[in-house]
Design a protein around this ligand. Structure first.
Ligand SMILES: *Cc1c(COP(=O)(O)O)cnc(C)c1O
Length: 459
């Protein structure tokens, strides 16, 4: 007799995975290498050493090691808030009257409120181990800044966060939380860096941008002894750290005898999606199992569904290494969207390659539909979702409704990346019906594409 799957698929502390899984090891077609922005030759560890921690650089450039051990001093921190809950959405299934089974992995239980803490803790752990005394970073919506502030408080490292000025004004409580953990928060652009002063001189009233905040954070890291810069998404070592999400799900599914058919994640720079699908993608790449993977992005910032596969810069100031990725162009300006964590012009290079090779499907959604799904979900499952995460909810509901039509009993898994406690103004604008569902025209996109540098290797 089949035993009923519990509402929570528990893992004991000793079942938390002790290694990360590097999906690149199982890819026949590896992602293209990072290129140095000056020489346009593949980046060497020495090129990256002034900016990033050594261990992260090794992981960034390692396309071959399949299992990478999670250091004990980091496992210790992970055990304080993991395993993250894996929940059978019985109530959502019932409300949709679907024969499908729906599961979600909820990464929002830690105080920072999202999966970003998984990589923040890892990068901070390595910085400490390598003798660094301070770190710098940028934050847009504030989730990454909060996660870094938590991790730096725990490991005893100073942190300076450059927060996009408009965000620091729109989300004052994110700022308070970051400062309460002991980090220094500077609205960007600021007069503390050359990059910031230059931008302010040209445009004193600017609300700032992620690209500008990145330039400021990198400048300070380069000028300060024993200081490095950390980034919360897009890069391969961040995806590697996030594979803890998928590893936990895989362990729990194995324990309870569940086999997913469809795996869904929202996609900004790709870190939660990459982490959630990693071990399952590995099985698919090795020919051991088959799954459908679905990336969901905002219609206002459609890097997968309408982007180009090209070498592009990671920032608007065109200072980072070049990455071969699905991109809208480093100069692309997305229309205002409440899912701040998904407003990025590019996509992680590993996921971009997998998408190009047909392993991942992608779709885009407008805000109002995403919030409809969020509210439908929270009323039955109880959890207030982040606007970013709600993109995955929307696709999961659509897949479950397809099953209702066809009578198929699919098993659907999605990543619920965070909570929406700091996004009340977004919910407010949903209720007030002032939310914009603007979809960029081809002309809008053309302006972004024009900022993609010409690299002969481009398709
Ligand atoms: C940052 C963020 C995302 C998007 O980032 P990825 O790197 O694509 O995962 C999604 N959800 C939440 C809650 C976030 O904070």
């Amino acid at each position: 007799m089949m035993t009923k799957i519990p509402a929570r698929l528990h893992l004991a502390e000793n079942e938390i995975p002790k290694t990360w899984y590097n999906v690149r090891a199982d890819m026949k077609q590896k992602p293209e290498p990072l290129l140095h922005p000056g020489t346009r030759k593949p980046c060497t560890p020495d090129d990256l050493a002034p900016v990033f921690c050594k261990s992260c650089i090794e992981q960034e450039l390692d396309d071959n090691t399949r299992e990478i051990p999670i250091p004990e001093g980091l496992q210790e921190f992970y055990r304080a808030y993991r395993p993250a809950p894996l929940i059978r959405a019985y109530f959502l299934e019932k409300s949709l009257d679907t024969p499908a089974e729906i599961y979600y992995k909820f990464e929002g239980t830690n105080t920072s409120g999202s999966h970003k803490l998984n990589s923040a803790a890892a990068q901070t752990y390595y910085a400490k181990a390598e003798g660094m005394t301070s770190l710098t970073t940028e934050t847009g919506a504030g989730q990454w800044g909060t996660a870094m502030a938590m991790a730096c408080a725990f490991y005893g490292i100073d942190l300076t966060v450059y927060m996009v000025k408009v965000s620091s004004q729109q989300k004052p409580y994110r700022k308070v939380l970051i400062e309460t953990y002991g980090a220094k928060l500077i609205p960007s652009p600021s007069d503390t860096t050359e990059a910031g002063r230059k931008i302010l001189a040209a445009n004193p009233n600017t609300g700032g941008s992620l690209g500008c905040a990145i330039s400021e954070a990198i400048e300070v890291a380069l000028k300060t002894p024993n200081c490095r810069y950390v980034l919360g998404s897009v890069l391969n070592h961040v995806l590697l750290h996030q594979s803890i999400i998928g590893q936990e799900v895989k362990t729990a599914f194995h324990k309870y005898g569940v086999k997913p058919d469809v795996i869904i994640g929202c996609a900004g720079g790709g870190s939660n999606l990459g982490g959630l699908i990693a071990p399952f993608m590995g099985e698919k790449l090795r020919g051991e199992a088959d799954y459908r993977f679905i990336a969901v992005e905002p219609a206002s910032c459609p890097s997968f569904t309408r982007g180009r596969f090209a070498y592009d810069f990671g920032d608007t100031a065109t200072t980072t290494p070049l990455m071969k990725m699905m991109t809208l162009g480093n100069g692309f300006m997305p229309a205002p969207n409440h899912a701040g964590g998904l407003r990025y012009h590019g996509m992680n290079s590993t996921l971009s390659q997998l998408y190009k090779d047909g392993y991942i499907e992608a779709r885009s959604e407008v805000q109002t539909d995403v919030f409809d799904a969020a509210i439908r979900f929270m009323k039955v499952e109880g959890i207030l979702p982040a606007p970013e995460s709600s993109h995955a909810i929307k696709a999961a509901i659509d897949e479950a409704l397809e099953c209702k039509k066809s009578g198929e009993k699919k098993v659907i898994l999605f990543g619920l990346t965070g909570t929406g406690y700091f996004d009340m103004s977004a919910y407010e604008s949903y209720h007030a019906k002032t939310m914009s569902d603007y979809i960029p025209t081809d002309e809008d996109l053309a302006k972004g594409f024009a900022t993609i540098p010409e690299i002969p290797l481009n398709d």
